[in-house]
Design a protein around this ligand. Sequence first.
Ligand SMILES: Cc1cc2nc3c(=O)[nH]c(=O)nc-3n(C[C@H](O)[C@H](O)[C@H](O)COP(=O)(O)O)c2cc1C
Length: 342
Amino acid sequence: MNTSTSRTGLTVSADVLAGAAATAARFAPSILNTQPWRWRVHPDQLELFAEPRRHLRVTDPDGRLLILSCGTVLHHACLTLAAQGWAAQVIRTPSMSATAPLAVLHGFEPATVAPVTRQQEQAMRTRHTDRRPVSDQPIAPPVLRAITACAPGAVRLQILTAEQVLELAAAVSRADAMRGQDPLARGELNYWTSRPVTEGIGLPPQVLPDRPAQTTVAGRGFGHAGTLPTGPGHDRSATYALLYGHSDDPTGWLQAGETLSAIWLAATAMNVSVLPLSDVVAVPGTREALRRMLKPFDHPYLALRLGIADPMPGAPPRTPRLPAAHLVEALPPNVSCREERR
Ligand SMILES: Cc1cc2nc3c(=O)[nH]c(=O)nc-3n(C[C@H](O)[C@H](O)[C@H](O)COP(=O)(O)O)c2cc1C
């Protein structure tokens, strides 16, 4: 078993690193469930790469949603290690390169496991995307404040006013119409929403609503109906928010993904459902409309619907995942990182 010695003399094993990478890959959310990441396990570090074979080249040409997705898996891996008593240092060098890592976890040190870490790790195992309308119960202000507090730094969460929600609704339907007119975009969406469950990628019909929900802000149009009963609800009690920050580049997108993960897990622990609305940000024209809701120099990363999950039965099944062997590559123990990079 390979080990890496910390300042305290305690060691993390490569098996623990590989396990954390696999756990993160199993639970992290990603755009259209593309799982656009790859982990490489070294004896003393974990490298995270973007996976170009699962990049949505038509609808996400700059890779913003790909890198956002990689940010969620990075946060999930750090959380998994923290829940096992290991704090990691993270070097972030995000780019769309398939050969240079987006991030490297190293310098593992033993750390006390905080109760909130345990709670978030539990939430990681139950979190899922629910595209059905949320309940009529509004989110209590202290809960909303606790969720907003998960984005205190370079990436922040702005709760939208009633007027801004109407602007968001208009922008979402414009983005949807533009996608609908683009045959290449339709083809890409159709590919990722018609994979058999056994492939472990994309969205199977079981997680897609059987008809559009009665909502002010429409959910993403998938081009065809699924089999998930939508139910009678209306999103009238939902809260809408923008995740935003200063830099519209891979560094900002990776941080946004990490923050999205932190928000989503905290929300899950408080029974709040989170639904990302990403097309409205991926389409340049409507992204600009969202930008006007923010202060000058800020950029939107994602729109989010937040709401108390509807207690009605029929929650969507888990979206499938690729086997860990596809996503986690372990190097033989005698290959050092330096040798391997040559
Ligand atoms: C960056 C990002 C963008 C997403 N955009 C959307 C979206 O626009 N509409 C939607 O219904 N789900 C969206 N999702 C949710 C994913 O489809 C979902 O995470 C994925 O299918 C895995 O399912 P799970 O979250 O249930 O594990 C997004 C997720 C991420 C991380």
